[in-house]
Design a protein around this ligand. Sequence first.
Ligand code: ADP
Ligand code: MG
Length: 697
Amino acid sequence: MSNVPEMFASRVFDDKVMRARLPGKVYASLRRTIDSGAALDPALADAVASAMCAWAVENGATHFTHWFQPLTGITAEKHDGFINRAPDGRVIMEFSGKELIKGEPDASSFPSGGLRATFEARGYTAWDPSSYAFIKENTLCIPTAFCSYGGEALDKKTPLLRSMEALSRQALRILRLFGDTEVKRVITNVGPEQEYFLVDREMYLKRKDLIYTGRTLFGAKPPKGQELEDHYFGAIKPRVQAYMEELNEELWKLGVLAKTEHNEVAPAQHELAPVYSSTNVATDHNQLTMEIMKKVARKHGLVCLLHEKPFAGVNGSGKHNNWSISTDTGENLLSPGETPYENARFLLFLVAVIKAVDEYQDLLRLAVATAGNDHRLGANEAPPAVLSMFLGDELSAVLDAIETDTPYAGAEKKRLKLGVDILPRFTRDTTDRNRTSPFAFTGNKFEFRMVGSGDSIACANVMINASVAEALRQFADELEAAPDFDERLHALIKEQIIAHRRIIFNGNGYDDAWIREATEERGLLNLRTTADALPRLLEQKNVDMLTGHGVFSESELRSRYEIQLENYVRTVHIEALTMEDMARREILPAVAAYSAALADGVARKKAAAPTVACGYETRLIQKLSCLADCADAAAEELGKTVAALDALSDVTEEADFVRDEVLPKMAALRAVCDEAETLTAAEYWPFPTYGDLLFGV
Ligand code: ADP
Ligand code: MG
């Protein structure tokens, strides 16, 4: 392999390049903008743009694009050439400050959920200097936010940046109360662990369900699945190894610090984790990672599946969103410190997160709600749709001691007095790592595990940041008004533990008994589907909180509600049509052909030996005919149901109908077809099976 440090970020206009290529004053000002989140002095834009252009052209770029994340979930780009005619008639490569700062993509076909009337097609993109520009193929990509002319956010980045600001604002108030005068900004960090499947491209191309929907809509359970759990951390196959190597190199060049790679539990499933970075950069990098994962797979004759549940009965894929809060001076606020004060501060931030998750369970759930993720959440390998938090034994014991004013063993058998006593360090408890918790504390960060593998991590982090900002705001209000800070602090932490104890659960989240306890005894929400979760976005307490912190306007929330539900409906609609098509044009003909071949066989046997019984063939023909009849009826039913869906026009009604009518009909059709698969000779089955796909690489 070539020199990694040299390769790393070689396609990124990062700090090193800026420092080398920008005039000193311009660099200093841009750096200030990046570090403080303040607006860039427009007078400097031309200087930055021309340095960027020169660097990009030297590195083979011919075009530039404003790279943004519309509400479709993927990234969008429209390429413009640097090429221009100079006054003397020759051709030059140039790029102006204006082009750097602002773009005007014809945005009429991006979803806006009613925010932008179609006649007002123009939206604009605005440069986000906090995420470095990079070169992808021959194009300089400039990370941007995407807004309507009315100023409404039409993308995922804008609310994310706003939520980071909101959290920083409130966290700074808390830090000031603890006597800190230095920190200027508080940053949220994320390291998203990305799970994915790799399947053989030739096989993939034979399955319409994978092509159209990204998941298998049919498929009987293979004789071997993941029972042996022999894939997890197992030796990586050469073809996958070659893929991972190239993927790493491509990501490194783009400045993505891809670090860990390993096999996951399911066969053909793998994981890639980068070193964490600021939430904004992590989000951009994760979008890039997903794109590059797919692209590199092609080169290796593979397809990378990012769907949350590509195979029924086999683990799905998620994204573990490792989240922490740190200061611009480099301190992790979720890390227990060295001094009593630092520990009191740690506990306050900790209970802020606990309060946030408890009070905004619904927002966290709906932030990860998609048709695909609904199949995963609550399946037996993924966190359930019920939110709860895992803190581990040690930290739970500390909270217990505070709550009940009892001596805490770790603090030499005395009552903890916050701000006086030193807490033990909560190093990550490796023996007792709870993998079933949706929101787990892992030493100095939280791991939110409900995010779907194909989704942008922006939405989840917007909700985490905003709800923690709200908890901190309430704390700051109280503490600022308190005559005795230490006393109030201690009481506040204790009150919070009592108030939000119900969200803490250190047991097995996959257990049915837990779901019962959570919903019946603890009153936690169990929003099983997207259709159940999304309406909570518009509940008054959520609207008040999100608008209160300036993260979304009310109309932006409404637009997201519409778009996310519409997406759910459209996704299932495509799946239903694909199923009907595969059943009618592939599965039923295959079953019929096999039955006919069996019947031919019977006829030939009888011709040779008239008294022969042919019991096996006859019984099989009967079973297959019966299943074919059922499949035909189920396909008919599904078709009628889809037609009824088409007749609806309100998106909320459509989503409910999808959940209550369409999905159950799809399950019914699948069940009979999968049974037919187990009885049909392999050579007649029209597409690769689960066994082929899962063990074929
Ligand atoms: P695992 O959870 O698989 O054992 P790690 O905990 O080492 O692996 O790392 C998982 C992810 O968490 C990585 O992307 C890592 O960079 C990230 N991470 C580590 N520390 C932090 C932190 N303080 N804030 C946010 N993410 C972090
Ligand atoms: Mg992890």
